[in-house]
Each structure stands twice: as structure tokens, then as C-alpha cells.
Write a protein that binds this ligand. Structure first.
Ligand SMILES: C[S@@+](CC[C@H](N)C(=O)[O-])C[C@H]1O[C@@H](n2cnc3c(N)ncnc32)[C@H](O)[C@@H]1O
Length: 307
């Protein structure tokens, strides 16, 4: 008995497969690799491998993992140490209280993008009960389109993206959240798929256009955290050399498609507020241009009404 205990106490870290030891080792590796929120990452990856929740980890710190699960966990921690975001390793991210599938084909939904949904709902107001037609430009994972579809039960939503691979993820997310019959996907540049439809004779009248376009300046690429710059899709990040290049063509196309009284709402990046506000405010096609800040007080959403 004494020998057995001695062996157990002398086990190398490699041989320990209990929750407490695995978390301790992972935390050390993740911190040493300068992973932000290292402790949280260690737990999220273990929760993912075990299919348990956080409370379970704290309740059963002595539970032992199978060799396979321990090996999988260790491999995920190693990948996280190279900068791969936790969400791409677990394949999911929460947005608007819903769980979304994410793959490396899509931007990981950000909490600040929830303001885009909030502002859109506020500006649509009581019309949200009506059977509105909405476009989400650059839908990525589909997070904004799905959130809006869930909030507006009579709305039809057209979601576009330049990336066919992203649209596949968005389609699965629409199915997962039970609104696939009201969300329609089209691959193409900004709102161009609508113009193609128009040549076929069907002129759409949109009531709301939302977009979180790529808005990072290509020249800032080197300053991005490695999780973003090396792992998220470039077409989801960079709007051009200065970053704001997508807004002017988007607004031009939006003018032609929005019904009178229709709303445009776009997410913007840090420092872009004046330029984007001016684009709308200097054009008689728009009125009631507004800016909403995010929780950090940074201007995040610009919106306007079609005259
Ligand atoms: C910043 S991401 C936003 C994704 C998602 N809407 C969100 O908020 O998480 C921008 C998205 O726009 C897409 N995109 C980039 N250029 C585009 C273009 N010219 N036309 C349509 N979509 C584009 C990217 O593929 C990417 O999915």
C-alpha cells in the first residue's frame, strides 16, 4: 500500500489525467505562451473535450480523464499556445444569447456587434412586427441575420457574403436556430446579388440593410493580435488600405434598394466615425444620421433613414 501511494505521489505531470492537474499544467503552458485570459482558455477547452459545464470542473477536480481525452485536451492546449483562437478550437461562440458554429471560414462574432442588432431593432421600432425585408451584407457566421430573424418573426432576411464557404456556416447556423426558412443566402459583392435579381424582373424593396463589413486597414495588419491577424479570414478583416473603402459603394447600392423610410445600420471601426457619418450626412438621400457608442464609449454603429 505504501509503495502504491509512493508511486501515485511520484507520478510525472505527463501521467496525471485528473481535472485539477490537467488544468494546472495547461494554465502554465498558456500563460507562458502569452495567451490572453489563459485560465479561462484552459477551462473552456476542457469543458469542450469533456462535454461538461464549468460547474462540473469545480465539483469534480479529482475526476480522471481517459487517455484519449487527456491527449485531445493536451493537443488543443498546444494549438491554443500557437495563437489559434479558442473559438476555432471549440467550434462555437455565443452571440445574442445564442450559440453559433464558427469555423476558420468566418469571423468570430464579437460582443460589440450586438449593438448593430440593438440599433437596428430600435430604429425599426414598432415596424418589427410587420413582414419586413432585410439584407445582412457580409453575413459571415450569420450571427446578425439569425439574431434579427429571431427578433422579427415575420421578417425575411437576405444574407450576402463574398465567401461561399462562410455562407455554408451561416446556413448551418440558420438551421440550428430554426429560422432557415426565412433566411436566404447569396454569394456576391455587397448588395450586387439583388441587382442581378432586378435584371430578372424582380425589384426588391428592402426595409432594413445591416452590415458589419471588413473595416481594418491593411496597413495595420502587423499591429493585430496574432489570434486575429494570423487566424481569422483576411477577407473578413480588411476593408482596404485605409479600412473604410467598403462603405461608399455599400451606401450607393443601399440607396437604390431601400424603400422610403427604410433603415441602414453599419458597424464601424475605431476612428472611422467622422468619415462614415459624413458619407451619409452629405447625401440628400439620407436623413436622421445617428451614431451609437459601444459599452467602451467607442462610436460603433452609424445608422440613417432613406429619404
Ligand atoms: C467583419 S466580417 C462580419 C461577419 C459577421 N457579419 C459578423 O458580424 O460577425 C465581414 C464579412 O464580410 C464578408 N465580405 C468581405 N468583403 C465582402 C464583399 N465585398 N461583399 C460581401 N461580403 C464581403 C467577409 O467574407 C466577412 O464574412
Amino acid at each position: 500500500m505504501r509503495d502504491l501511494r509512493a508511486n501515485e505521489a511520484g507520478k510525472s505531470d505527463d501521467a496525471r489525467r485528473d481535472v485539477r492537474s490537467l488544468l494546472r499544467i495547461a494554465r502554465g503552458q498558456l500563460r507562458a505562451a502569452d495567451v490572453p485570459s489563459a485560465d479561462l482558455a484552459s477551462e473552456l477547452l476542457l469543458i469542450h473535450v469533456l462535454g461538461r459545464d464549468r460547474a462540473w470542473l469545480y465539483t469534480y477536480p479529482d475526476a480522471s480523464l481517459s487517455a484519449d481525452k487527456a491527449a485531445l485536451y493536451t493537443a488543443l492546449v498546444v494549438k491554443r499556445c500557437t495563437g489559434m483562437p479558442t473559438q476555432y478550437l471549440t467550434g462555437k461562440q455565443e452571440f445574442w444569447g445564442l450559440e453559433f458554429e464558427v469555423t476558420r471560414d468566418v469571423l468570430i462574432p464579437r460582443p460589440e456587434t450586438e449593438h448593430l442588432v440593438e440599433v437596428s431593432l430600435e430604429r425599426i421600432g414598432a415596424r418589427r412586427e410587420h413582414s419586413l425585408t432585410i439584407a445582412d451584407v457580409g453575413t459571415g457566421s450569420g450571427c446578425v441575420a439569425v439574431a434579427l430573424a429571431r427578433e422579427m418573426s415575420a421578417a425575411d432576411i437576405y444574407a450576402t457574403d463574398i465567401s461561399a464557404a462562410a455562407l455554408e456556416v451561416a446556413r448551418r447556423n440558420a438551421e440550428r436556430h430554426g429560422i432557415a426558412d426565412r433566411v436566404h443566402f447569396a454569394v456576391g459583392n455587397l448588395l450586387e446579388p439583388f441587382f442581378l435579381d432586378m435584371t430578372a424582373g424582380a425589384k426588391p424593396e428592402l426595409n432594413l440593410i445591416v452590415s458589419n463589413p471588413p473595416y481594418i486597414a491593411r496597413r495595420d495588419m502587423e499591429t493585430l493580435p496574432r489570434e486575429v491577424g494570423r487566424h481569422e479570414p483576411p477577407q473578413a478583416l480588411f476593408g482596404g488600405e485605409i479600412g473604410t473603402e467598403m462603405y461608399a459603394p455599400l451606401f450607393q447600392q443601399a440607396k437604390a434598394l431601400l424603400a422610403v423610410g427604410g433603415i441602414i445600420a453599419v458597424e464601424i471601426g475605431f476612428g472611422a466615425m467622422v468619415a462614415i457619418y459624413e458619407l451619409l450626412d452629405s447625401d440628400a438621400a439620407w436623413r436622421d444620421v445617428a451614431v451609437n457608442n459601444d459599452l467602451a464609449g467607442i462610436p460603433r454603429v452609424v445608422s440613417a433613414v432613406r429619404n
